[in-house]
Structures are given as structure tokens and as C-alpha cells.
Ligand binder design. Structure first.
Ligand code: MTE
Ligand code: LUZ
Ligand code: MOS
Length: 768
């Protein structure tokens, strides 16, 4: 078996030796120019003019380009074309690229670009910065969404009004910067005729190809986009690598020279968007057991200045409000507020975390209101197996394992005993308070845009027996190439070392989807398996013809081929087949079956299956400073039958710490008057470090295969575990609640920074 075993990441040795090549490590071609962008100094208004002569006069500057220099269309929008590459007159946010400087060195380009503040004459208008402000003005990037499921029209309102208990509230969670270690970068090399070759750090080479073609006014076949690996993407390079690819390509075309555009970290923060912050309003009716009988929720996100992926993000948020719970009557609305800020985009979870966490806040609040253990309230609301199993969007939850999974984790983590211990500790500890929480996860797997759920692959077997694989997915550290190589090695029964996966390349596999929605392995693994299977079948037929026996009886294992009682080395078989003129390479294709989605009614089967998980976290809060510390976390996460447990556990651990950062320390602040992002570097924006990892982090994979026919019955793992550290947030809320009277419901916002925690403690102590 080549699958189901822990293998180190295909590039692990290169990573640790510093030899894995990223785009900025490539030797630069002679004549390469460096690009830097001049950024808008105000958040909203008009660009009246640019004194570019002053920029051109700077040392080593070769050229300065503006929107007028774009030969094709000035747009790099992902789904809706509302995203100018360079400012077209309307200033939309502070940090918007106005012009591009090309210079002999990167330093010179940056110095000249920094003149933007001085040389731009602008007319300022009032910026709209928060989702609430945009909502109040009815200002959205796309029309609002509605998702309703009720036993009969009006049943939700009725159920809420006649329920034994009611909970009404408003709440908010912050955004989050992807903080990939390798910043956005593109290196464009003009080729003969109209052709352009772009090396781009991107999760979506095909979209880069199309947007570059669009900007250059050429065809897709003229543009070649390549990405060997990214130093992290986390959603931030799904659509937003486009602006830099387009600018680099336009400059390369204009000047006839290679152009590299690598962003400084601060510029990356100022130009690109991130996870959407959300503001919510809810009205919930529930019974004495804490079971929800009716739920109404309004979600308002900060979309930023353009649509980007805000619509599918909101769709996923609305489709994850239920999380693991059955809602008999529910009415949801989603508004994507248009603001004068960076355009928000994909970030691990893609709206799912924002949709589900408000439900967890509701569960926690219901429990506090009823004086019950929050786990009991959660369990009372879990989806059933044969009844109470239809989601608000009409998909039947047909693979529900949440109850077994939570039961196992509850026992394994000693949840009940530790809750009692925490309560005893808190009773005698006035300053330090402990808190503990268990939260579940259910996450839908598939792109919520049906046609994205397809993939292609190309497998070459060379006549020395070595194998080269190319597929539509991109490697961003998540181990996709390792898993795909395992799948191909398994299919052909050869050693893992025979298989090499090369850079993602638009000239090899066409019309690929973004490596996103956690579907990289599901889609590309199946496509590569399809290609490898075809080669195996051809080899089997050819060997049976030469050596006798049935083709179906030929076995591929342990780097050998067994045919008609003989055992031949794989290399020998390949050589024989080549001499027999057998095609030793193949393409492969896969499309996820069974999906349907009506975006108007927001009903259908958007997901092939669900991934599940749960976590128990225990924290210690210092009530004098508001600081909190995660003491221990226990995780049980479902990846079906793991293709590579080591890689999967790594993904779970990474997502856990990343999600914890979002909910506890990463805070974005825009200046309320100027709209300048004040938290634009690690000096002002705090992400978790090794020190923030809990001393005890027990991650276990749930045992059980995916009942749906995925690649070797595995499940996607990239995003779902980002929701596990909800348990950290609610453990903090639990500790804060211990500062006040029984039954209090701490008004704790996310992220639960020290400031937010202190604020909430003050409130519960005053009995608010
Ligand atoms: N892991 C690493 N190391 N780096 C990343 O950038 N991105 C995450 C997740 N895990 C990411 C990561 C996101 S947002 C997604 S959608 C998935 O990986 C994408 O890859 P997959 O579909 O192959 O899991
Ligand atoms: N849908 C989704 C999408 O569920 N996840 C994604 O990453 C995505 N990206 C683009 C469009 N729809
Ligand atoms: Mo991940 S947010 O789907 O790139």
C-alpha cells in the first residue's frame, strides 16, 4: 500500500535545507526590471492627477505605468468584473494601487513608488468603513441573499414568538490576515509574438492565465502561468494574486523585459484583502431542553471595495449557520457591505467559520440562560441519523457521525471531571479563572459553485520506469503533491520514490479550478488515479498479450508486475511496453458526482459529503490583565480513511493554531476617520507563535472511512479543523462567566484579545 501511510512531505528535505525554490529564489534573467506600486493616500475620492515626472526623475527608474498603459481591460475581478488593476479615477480604499514603477532595482522602485503621497492630487470623500455603516446605507457589492426553511410560511417567527424561551442579540467577529510567509509575487517574462510566461505564487493558475490574457488583450493560449509551490496561500492567493500577475505582465509587455513584482509585507497588508469580519443580529426561540425551535439571523460582512469572492463566502456562511445542529425553522439573510477598505477574500474556511461560530455563541448563551452544561444543549440539538437530518438548504445529512465522535472525545478528554475541577478551582481562585468548552464541527466539502468541482491530471511514465505527474492543483505546504504522488504510486504498485510531481502549469492541464475549498486531493487525486489506471490497464493488456493469461489477472505491487505466474520488475515491463508501442502516458479527469445548487432559492445538494470534528479546550484567564492562555486541547477529527496521517495531523494542528489566532489575538484596526489600516505588519498585528501552542495538544483522527466514494475513502482536511478552536474562544467565555453571578452571559466579542476579555469581565462583574 502506498496510501494510508505517513510519508514526509515530498519537499520536506528541501524545505528544511532552504533549497525548496520559491519564485524570488529563481535566478533573474538579464534585463529584469523590478516593480513597485504607488498607493492611494486616501480611502475614498477621486484621483485628479499624478505628477509622474517627479517619479520618473528618481534614480534608476525606467518607466512609470498607469491604467492608460493597460493594452486590454483594466480589470482583475474574480467572478464579477468590478476590480480595476490600477486606479481608473475613482479611489476606493487607502492602499489602492494608482501606478506602477519599473526600476533597475527593487529598492529604487520602492523609493520612487513611495512618492505617491506627494504626487497624487486627490479630491477626498467620506469613507464607509464598517459593515454596519454600509448596511445602513444599503450599499452592497452584490444583492443580499436569503435562505429560509420552515414547516410553513411564517412558521419561524411564530415558533420564536411562542417558544418557552427566547434569545435576542447582536454579535461580531473580526477579520483575519492570511499572513502567508511568502508574500504575493509574480515574475513575468515576455516571449515571442504575443506570448507571456508568468511565474506566479497562486492557488489559481488558470484564473491568472485568463485575467492576464484579458489585461493584455490576448488569448488564453498566449499566456503560460506556472507555480511550483507557494510559501502558504490560506485563501489569500485564490483570487488576489491576480493584480500582481496582471501588473507584471502588462509592464513586461510594454517594456519588452522580464518584470518581477514582489510585495513588501506592509504593502501586501495595504493592498490585499483577508477574511471578512461579520456582524450579526439574531432572534432565537428554544424549549426547556435548549432545543432551538426557530431561528432568525442576519449576517453582514465587510466585503471591501469590490465583490471578489464575497458572494460565495456569504453562501458558505449561510450554509454553515446550522453547524452540527438541526433547525426546524430558520430564516437567514446575508448582506455583503461595500466599504472603502481592501477587498476581502477567501481565507481557510471561506465564510464557514463565520457562519458556524455565531451558532456556537447562541448554543453557549442558551446553556447559560438555562443553567445547563453547554455540551448538553449542543447534544440536544445535534442532527439525527434518520430524522431531523435535513439542512436549511435542503441537503440530507446522510453521513452523520457527530454523536459518536463527540461521545468518544468527551470520554477521552475527561470533559465532565475537568469541568467539575475547573469549577472547584474557580471557587477558591479570585484572580485566575479557568474555563473549559467542547465544540463540534460539521463542514461541507465541495465548491459551492458546481462547475468548479472538476479536475484534470497528466501522468507520464518514461521508458526508464520513472513517473512524472502533473495535475491542476497547487502546492502551498498542505501536502497535496505528496498525497497525489501516493495515489499514483499505489495505482501502479510502484515505490513512492519513482513518482515526481512537477509545477502546476497551465500548458499541461487546462481550465483548472482554484486549489481551494479543501478539495485539492479529492479532485486532483481522483483525476491522477484515473490517468494512472488507464496506463496500468494498457500495461496489463500488453503484458498479458506477451506473457499469456488474462489482462485482469495482472497484478501491480511492490515495484513489480505479476503476469501469468511470472514476476517482472516494473522497469522491465515499461521497457517491453515501450518497444511494443504502448502509450505510456495518459490524461485523467474527475468531476464530483451528485451535486446540485439553485443559487436563487439557495437549495440543493451543494456538498458531496461532510467532514466532522470536535475539540475540548481548557484555558486560564488572568482577570486583572485579561490575558488568557490555552492549557490543553484535545481534538478528535474526521478525515475518513486518511491517505497520510502525518500530513493530516499536521493540517489539523496548523488549522487549530491558526483559528485560535483569529479568535484570540489577531485584531485588525482601520483608522475611524482616514480609513488607514493601522495593523499592517507583525509589529502591530499579532499572529500566534510557537509560544502560543498549548503545552498539551492531543490530536487524534476519528476511525472510519468516508461512506461516499472519495479517493480511497479519505476526506478533505484543509479547512474543517480551523473551526475546532471555537472551543478556545468558548473556554475563555466560560472563564469570564465565572467572574459574575450564575447564569450570566458574557458579552465577549471575537477576537477575545486581552482588551475584549477585560471589557467582558467588567460587564459581568457589574451584572450587565
Ligand atoms: N496548509 C498550508 N500549509 N498552507 C496553506 O496555504 N491553505 C489551506 C489548507 N491548508 C494552506 C494549508 C486552505 S485555505 C485550503 S482551501 C487547503 O489547504 C487547500 O489545499 P487542499 O485542498 O489540497 O487541502
Ligand atoms: N466556494 C467554496 C468557492 O466553497 N470555496 C471556495 O474556495 C470557492 N472559491 C471560489 C468560488 N466558490
Ligand atoms: Mo481555501 S480559503 O478554500 O483557499
Amino acid at each position: 500500500r502506498r496510501v494510508g501511510i505517513s510519508r514526509t512531505h515530498e519537499s520536506a528535505a528541501l524545505h528544511v535545507a532552504g533549497e525548496a525554490a520559491y519564485i524570488d529564489d529563481m535566478p533573474e534573467l538579464a534585463g529584469t526590471l523590478h516593480c513597485a506600486l504607488g498607493l492611494a493616500p486616501i480611502a475614498h475620492g477621486r484621483l485628479l492627477g499624478l505628477d509622474l515626472d517627479a517619479v520618473r526623475a528618481m534614480p534608476d527608474v525606467v518607466a512609470v505605468l498607469t491604467a492608460a498603459d493597460i493594452p486590454g481591460v483594466n480589470d482583475c475581478g474574480s467572478i464579477i468584473h468590478d476590480d480595476p488593476i490600477l486606479c481608473d479615477g475613482e479611489i476606493r480604499y487607502l492602499g489602492q494601487p494608482l501606478f506602477a514603477v519599473l526600476a533597475r532595482t527593487r529598492q529604487a522602485a520602492r523609493r520612487a513608488a513611495a512618492l505617491a503621497k506627494k504626487i497624487a492630487s486627490v479630491e477626498a470623500a467620506e469613507p464607509v468603513l464598517t459593515p454596519q455603516q454600509a448596511h445602513a446605507r444599503g450599499q452592497y457589492v452584490v444583492p443580499p441573499m436569503k435562505l429560509t426553511r420552515e414547516t410553513q410560511a411564517g412558521a419561524t417567527t411564530q415558533a420564536i414568538e411562542s417558544a418557552p424561551h427566547r434569545l435576542q442579540g447582536q454579535w461580531e467577529v473580526g477579520g483575519q490576515e492570511q499572513f502567508y510567509l511568502e508574500g504575493q509575487i509574480s515574475y513575468a517574462i515576455p516571449k515571442e509574438g504575443q506570448a507571456m510566461h508568468v511565474y506566479c505564487s497562486t492557488q489559481h493558475p488558470s484564473e491568472m492565465q485568463h485575467l492576464v490574457a484579458h489585461a493584455l488583450g490576448v488569448h488564453a493560449h498566449d499566456v503560460h502561468v506556472e507555480c511550483r509551490r507557494m510559501g502558504g496561500g490560506f485563501g489569500g492567493k485564490e483570487s488576489q494574486s491576480a493584480l500582481f500577475a496582471c501588473v507584471a505582465a502588462v509592464a513586461a509587455r510594454r517594456l519588452g523585459r522580464p518584470v518581477k513584482l514582489r510585495l513588501d509585507r506592509d504593502d501586501d497588508f495595504m493592498i490585499t484583502g483577508r477574511r471578512h469580519c461579520f456582524w450579526y443580529e439574531y432572534d432565537i426561540g428554544f424549549d426547556d431542553a435548549g432545543r432551538i425551535v426557530g431561528a432568525e439571523v442576519t449576517m453582514v460582512s465587510r466585503a471591501g471595495h469590490s465583490a471578489d469572492l464575497s458572494a460565495p463566502v456569504m453562501t458558505r456562511a449561510l450554509c454553515h449557520f446550522d453547524n452540527a445542529y438541526w433547525l426546524p425553522n430558520v430564516r437567514m439573510q446575508g448582506f455583503m457591505g461595500k466599504t472603502n477598505t481592501q477587498s476581502n477574500t477567501a481565507f481557510r474556511g471561506f465564510g464557514g467559520p463565520q457562519g458556524a461560530i455565531v451558532m456556537e455563541n447562541i448554543m453557549d448563551s442558551i446553556a447559560r440562560q438555562l443553567g445547563k452544561d453547554p455540551l448538553d444543549v449542543r447534544r440536544a440539538n445535534f442532527y439525527g441519523k434518520t430524522e431531523h437530518n435535513v439542512t436549511p438548504y435542503g441537503q440530507v445529512v446522510d453521513d452523520n457521525i457527530i454523536d459518536e465522535l463527540v461521545t468518544q472525545l468527551e470520554a477521552r478528554s475527561d470533559y465532565r471531571a475537568r469541568r467539575a475541577e475547573a469549577a472547584a478551582f474557580n471557587a477558591q481562585s479570585p484572580v485566575l479563572k479557568r474555563g473549559i468548552a467542547l465544540t463540534p464541527v460539521k463542514f461541507g466539502i465541495s465548491f459551492n459553485v458546481k462547475h468548479f468541482n472538476q479536475a484534470g491530471a497528466l501522468v507520464h511514465v518514461y521508458n526508464d520506469g520513472s513517473i512524472l505527474v502533473n495535475h491542476g492543483g497547487t502546492e502551498m505546504g498542505q501536502g497535496l503533491n505528496t498525497k497525489v504522488a501516493q495515489v499514483v504510486a499505489h495505482e501502479l504498485g510502484v515505490a513512492f520514490e519513482r513518482v515526481r510531481v512537477t509545477a502546476t502549469d497551465t500548458t499541461k492541464v487546462a481550465n483548472t479550478s482554484a486549489t481551494a475549498a479543501s478539495t485539492g486531493t479529492d479532485l486532483n487525486g481522483k483525476a491522477a488515479q484515473d490517468a494512472a489506471r488507464q496506463i496500468r490497464e494498457r500495461l496489463a493488456a500488453s503484458m498479458a498479450a506477451r506473457h499469456g493469461g488474462a489482462a485482469e489477472a495482472v497484478r501491480f505491487a511492490n515495484d513489480t508486475v505479476q503476469v501469468n505466474g511470472k514476476t517482472l520488475a516494473f522497469e522491465e515491463v515499461v521497457k517491453e511496453a515501450y518497444l511494443e508501442r504502448v502509450q505510456l502516458w495518459s490524461d485523467g479527469f474527475y468531476a464530483t458526482p451528485g451535486l446540485s445548487w439553485d443559487s436563487k432559492t439557495m437549495h440543493g445538494r451543494p456538498f458531496f459529503y461532510f467532514a466532522y470534528g470536535a475539540a475540548v479546550s481548557e484555558v486560564l484567564v488572568d482577570t486583572l490583565t485579561g490575558e488568557s492562555k490555552l492549557l490543553r486541547a484535545d481534538v478528535l477529527h474526521d478525515v475518513g480513511q486518511s491517505l497520510n496521517p502525518a500530513v493530516d495531523i499536521g493540517q489539523v494542528e496548523g488549522a487549530f493554531v491558526q483559528g485560535m489566532g483569529w479568535l484570540t489575538m489577531e485584531e485588525l484596526v482601520w483608522h475611524p476617520k482616514t480609513g488607514a489600516l493601522m495593523t499592517h505588519a507583525p509589529s502591530t498585528y499579532k499572529i500566534p507563535t510557537a509560544n502560543d501552542c498549548p503545552p498539551v495538544l492531543n490530536v487524534q483522527l476519528f476511525e472510519g472511512a468516508n461512506p461516499h466514494d472519495t479517493i480511497h475513502r479519505s476526506k478533505a482536511v484543509g479547512e474543517p479543523p480551523l473551526l475546532l478552536p471555537f472551543s478556545v474562544f468558548f473556554a475563555i467565555r466560560d472563564a469570564v462567566a465565572a467572574c459574575g453571578a450564575p447564569g450570566n452571559c458574557p458579552p465577549l466579542r471575537a477576537p477575545a484579545t486581552a482588551e475584549a476579555v477585560l471589557n467582558a469581565i467588567e460587564n459581568v462583574q457589574q451584572g450587565v
